[in-house]
Design a protein around this ligand. Structure first.
Ligand code: ZN
Length: 252
């Protein structure tokens, strides 16, 4: 059991939220009960995820994709009203951490990908004023694009879309979870043989071909499932709360 205020203060400090200029507020987005015993984590605060958190009688739901995005309609109407009403009705705190959860060196989405894919981390690079967004490293041994696709399929539980940028083997890779396909040029500049992110745009196909870099679209959701889980486990261990990760069948 921990006070909400203590948990929020700890996460704010642990994730260095002050150091990021983000597209959405990081931290407590919807206020619920004062003390937290049951914590749920998920990638996105969708209605289905919130309903599952209600079933688990969660005191707090911690996600990577919360509400109140910069370009989003700010009014609490329609879909957003339904989601927020469910949280308020059941006194569930909603905590959301976006870029700080991608970049964190111990439990972030990118470091979790490196651990699971056995990538030796060589360097981290800032993008648009935010540090440690683009990661760069080395595979244990060089692999063909198809062999790395197979490896990614096992780890992500989903076959990534591959655009081959040539016939070269993959030794050095760059990666950034989520919707970071447009960092492909930065990845090529670092000398990566392959770049992994979550999504793909029409232009990414030509960029991969013309830059001579293999591109893997692993899935926005699939590449961001590990960070929230790892943070939940970390908080559960530290504060003696129970933790449950709520997965979602999201093919994107
Ligand atoms: Zn994302």
């Amino acid at each position: 059991m921990i006070l909400r205020s203590e948990l929020v203060a700890y996460a704010h400090h642990y994730l260095a939220c002050n150091e990021f200029s983000d597209y959405a507020p990081n931290g407590l987005q919807v206020e619920g009960v004062d003390s937290i015993q049951r914590l749920c984590t998920a990638v996105t605060a969708s209605a289905d995820v919130i309903k599952t958190a209600v079933d688990y009688r969660a005191d707090a739901l911690l996600v990577h994709h919360g509400f109140f995005w910069r370009a989003e309609e700010p009014c609490v109407v329609g879909m957003k009203k339904t989601r927020i009403a469910l949280l308020l009705q059941h006194n569930i705190n909603l905590l959301a951490y976006h870029l700080p959860l991608d970049c964190h060196g111990e439990i972030g989405n990118n470091v979790c990908l490196a651990k699971r894919l056995d990538i030796e981390l060589l360097s981290r690079h800032s993008v648009g004023g935010n540090r440690d967004l683009l990661w760069f490293g080395k595979l244990a041994k060089p692999l063909t694009a198809i062999a790395w696709q197979t490896r990614l399929s096992q780890v992500l539980d989903r076959k990534p879309l591959l655009v081959e940028g040539g016939s070269h083997l993959i030794s050095q890779v760059a990666w950034c979870s989520g919707g970071a396909q447009d960092l492909i040029e930065s990845a090529a500049k670092l000398g990566a043989d392959a770049y992994l992110s979550g999504e793909i745009s029409e232009r990414t196909f030509y960029q991969a071909k013309e830059l001579g870099i293999h591109y893997f679209a692993g899935g926005h959701h699939a590449t961001e499932r590990f960070g929230a889980q790892a943070l939940g486990e970390h908080l559960a261990e530290r504060f003696n709360v129970t933790h449950r990760f709520i997965d979602s069948e999201n093919p994107v």
